[in-house]
Unconditional design. Structure first.
Length: 217
C-alpha cells in the first residue's frame, strides 16, 4: 500500500499538477483494471450464499470478506494519490488510516463493517470508489508514474522491511488486485475454477515486480 512520508511526500507535492490528457501508460492501467473488474463482478454475482460464507484457508476472511476488501480498498488509495495530481475534495475513507500507517490494521477494521452487506451493495460501493480512483489515475503524468515511493505490503504476515517501488509498478499491482484475490477465493471454492480459468489465464501477473509480490500475503 502507498504510504507517503518524508522525501517522497516532498516529491509528490512538487509534482502535484493536473495532466491535461491521460497519458498512454496511465490509460493502459485503467483499461487493464476495467476489464478485470467486469469479470470479477460477474463472478461475484454468480456465487451462492454458501460459497460466499466459505472461509479462505490460511486467512481470517470468508469469500464475502475478500469481496468486501476489494469493494473498499480504493477508498483508501484515492486520498493518498489525489494530492499528487492536484485533485481536492476527495472523501476520506470511512475508517481513518492508522498512525503509523498499517494496511493490515486498516483492513481488519474495515472489512467486518461490511459483514451484512449483499454482493450488490458491495459492488455498488466498489463502483463509486473505483470511479474516483480512475479519475485520479487518469490525471497522472509520466513523471509522476516514475516516482519511487515507500511500500511496506502485508507487514504483519510477511516479515520483510519496507522498500521503494515505482508508482507505475504499484498501480499495475492494483490493476491486478481483482484477479489476484480471485485466486485466493478459489482456495475456498475450487469447484468454481473453470468459471474463471480463461480470465485468470489472460492475466500477466509477471507484470508485478518481485519486490511487490514478495510483500503480498
Amino acid at each position: 500500500m502507498i504510504c507517503i512520508t518524508g522525501r517522497a511526500s516532498q516529491q509528490f507535492t512538487a509534482c502535484a499538477k493536473l495532466s491535461a490528457v491521460t497519458v498512454p501508460r496511465a490509460q493502459a492501467i485503467r483499461d487493464e483494471q476495467a476489464r478485470h473488474r467486469e469479470r470479477f463482478e460477474a463472478f461475484c454475482r454468480s456465487l451462492t450464499a454458501g460459497e460466499l460464507a466459505e472461509r479462505v484457508p490460511g486467512t481470517p476472511w470468508t469469500v464475502h470478506g475478500y469481496i468486501a476488501h476489494l469493494a473498499t480498498i480504493d477508498s483508501l488509495i484515492v486520498p493518498f494519490l489525489a494530492p499528487l495530481v492536484g485533485i481536492a475534495g476527495v472523501s476520506a475513507p470511512e475508517v481513518p488510516p492508522p498512525s503509523p500507517f498499517d494496511i493490515d490494521e486498516w483492513n481488519e477494521a474495515t472489512v467486518p463493517l461490511r459483514a451484512g452487506a449483499s454482493v450488490d451493495e458491495l459492488l455498488s460501493e466498489a463502483a463509486e470508489h473505483r470511479a474516483e480512483y480512475a479519475r485520479v489515475l487518469s490525471a497522472l503524468s509520466d513523471d509522476q508514474l516514475d516516482l519511487m515511493i515507500p511500500f511496506g505490503g502485508d507487514r504483519k504476515v510477511i516479515d520483510l522491511p519496507p522498500t521503494q517501488v515505482r508508482l507505475e509498478d504499484l498501480l499495475w499491482a492494483i490493476a491486478l488486485h481483482d484477479p489476484n484475490h480471485t485466486r485466493d477465493i478459489l482456495r475456498a471454492i475450487p469447484q468454481r475454477e473453470p468459471d474463471v480459468r480463461d480470465w485468470l489465464a489472460s492475466c500477466d501477473f509477471a507484470r508485478i515486480p518481485e519486490e511487490i509480490t514478495a510483500r503480498r500475503a
